[in-house]
Design a binder for this molecule. Structure first.
Ligand code: PXG
Length: 464
């Protein structure tokens, strides 16, 4: 089953069992059964090793989450200590354990002013599901039960539960499940490369933000509960809005009393060079959702962070908030997240992303703009999207979309580099602890892969 010449016996065994018993997420199973899985067996720093002993540089930090890098003994030891002391106890029935209490304080210390209360969950999807409930309940408490509609954006990714998938604006996520649910509306996002036409990015940013105002007026401000967006779209194609966009979104939300939610699942915890992506764009949301980098992915944990308006309303409601998970505030996951934040402070990682490694990474990737396949290189901090194009001048997409991106991603895998492709945009989001020499290695490998992809164009039935 392995594609290699002489795969090791354990590789063959795992590949066979994987096919026999394991249904992977977001996977075409029929296609997968015709191929062999790559089995990752260990990792250190920014490197992974597969079961054949091949080393790969992880340009995606797992799935945008292993921010402090692999092999951090401090995080493993925090989990070990907590497991021996108290592996699990719940936070229901007016009970708590020390780790979620201490973590709440540590989160409040790094979030924008006023965002001081946390509600814990286990994944980004659960945090976004929880924020839908919290916001709808908030408006009920205000005597406005009809203020219940959520507005989000095309290309947005907010997770996979029924509500989080309804918030998501990636079209393939809906038809298999009868989604979006009623009460979820979508607007155009600020995707200048595709949708900006002749406008300057800044003018286009304002125009795109005003799509929110038009939607609020169409639905009626008295029916719109909240707007949610990722400061920079991740899975949807690393779409970076012009700087004019978010402040205009914030102004519109305030004007119509619509709550502003920042989905910080990817952008949070240093990824864009500030603790949170909303700070990079100069706005203060009413609520944020966080996950991934909160624990550097070492254990599953997420949270909704609430600003004073919503937190005060919940605290004063005088009745039970009927929502919560067995593992809300899981002590071991919280202990790891707490140690992760301590490490981030100790290594001044956010400052390093903002002032040192982020600018270095952006400069090195920006230099790829001279490649014939590259249309736009966009990013902030340690996020970068490289949009491949059929025509640099007219910004024309390849038709059909996705084949060139897939070919490029496959070249990356074969050349020891992990990057993601969304349509024909290549995505990079390495661990925040990446060194300059490792950035150089990523970029050199990636350029080789762009060259190989360019050579492939005739064979994949596309012309440049
Ligand atoms: N919000 C954002 C912004 C995300 O990126 C979620 C919510 C959901 O988190 P959970 O923990 O429920 O997966 C995410 C997750 C990809 C990819 O292919 C991206 C995510 C998850 C899986 C794959 O880029 N982001």
């Amino acid at each position: 089953m392995s594609t290699r010449a002489n795969p090791r016996p354990e590789t063959l065994r795992w590949q066979e069992l994987d096919h026999r018993h394991h249904l992977h997420p977001f996977t075409d199973y029929k296609d997968m059964l015709a191929k062999a899985s790559r089995i990752i067996v260990k990792a250190e720093g920014v490197y992974l090793w597969d079961s054949e002993g091949e080393r790969l540089i992880d340009g995606m930090a797992g799935l945008w989450c292993v921010n402090m890098g692999y092999g951090r003994k401090e995080l493993a030891e925090a989990a070990y200590r907590q497991m021996l002391e108290l592996p699990y106890y719940n936070t229901f029935f007016q009970t708590a354990t020390p780790p979620p209490i201490e973590l709440g304080k540590a989160i409040a210390e790094v979030t924008p002013k006023g965002l001081d209360h946390v509600f814990y969950a286990n994944s980004g999807s659960e945090a976004n599901d929880s924020v839908v409930k919290i916001v709808r309940y908030f408006w009920k408490l205000q005597g406005k039960p009809d203020k219940s509609i959520f507005i989000s954006r095309e290309f947005g990714y907010h997770g996979v539960t029924m509500a989080a998938a309804s918030l998501s604006g990636l079209k393939p996520m809906h038809p298999q499940f009868g989604l979006p649910l009623p009460g979820f509306a979508h607007i155009e996002t600020a995707y200048w490369w595709r949708q900006g036409g002749d406008m300057t990015p800044e003018d286009y940013g304002l125009k795109a933000a005003r799509a929110l105002e038009a939607k609020i007026l169409e639905l009626g401000p008295e029916r719109v509960a909240a707007f949610i967006g990722e400061p920079i779209h991740g899975a949807g194609g690393l779409i970076v809005p012009p700087m004019s966009y978010w402040p205009e979104i914030e102004r519109i939300c305030r004007k119509y009393d619509v709550l502003l939610i920042s989905d910080e699942v990817i952008c949070g915890f240093g990824r864009t060079g500030n603790w949170f992506g909303c700070q990079t764009f100069g706005v203060t949301p009413d609520l944020m959702t966080v996950a991934k980098g909160l624990s550097s992915g070492y254990l599953p944990i997420s949270a909704v962070v609430l600003g004073p308006r919503v937190a005060d309303a919940l605290n004063r409601a005088g009745e039970e908030f009927v929502h919560g998970f067995t593992y809300s505030g899981h002590p071991t996951a919280c202990a790891v997240a707490l140690e992760n934040i301590r490490l981030m402070h100790a290594e001044t990682i956010v400052e390093r992303v903002r002032n040192v490694i982020g600018p270095y990474f952006q400069k090195k990737f920006a230099a790829l703009a001279d490649h014939p396949l590259v249309g736009e290189v966009r990013g902030k901090g340690l996020l970068c999207g490289i949009e491949l194009t059929a025509d640099k001048k007219t910004r024309r997409n390849f038709d059909p979309e996705g084949k060139v991106g897939l070919a490029c991603r496959n070249h990356c895998f074969r050349n020891g580099l992990i990057m993601r492709a969304t349509r024909d945009t290549m995505l990079a989001s390495p661990p925040l602890i990446i060194k300059e020499s490792e950035v150089d290695e990523m970029v050199a490998k990636f350029r080789t892969c762009l060259d190989l992809t360019l050579k492939d164009l005739p064979t994949i039935g596309l012309k440049s």
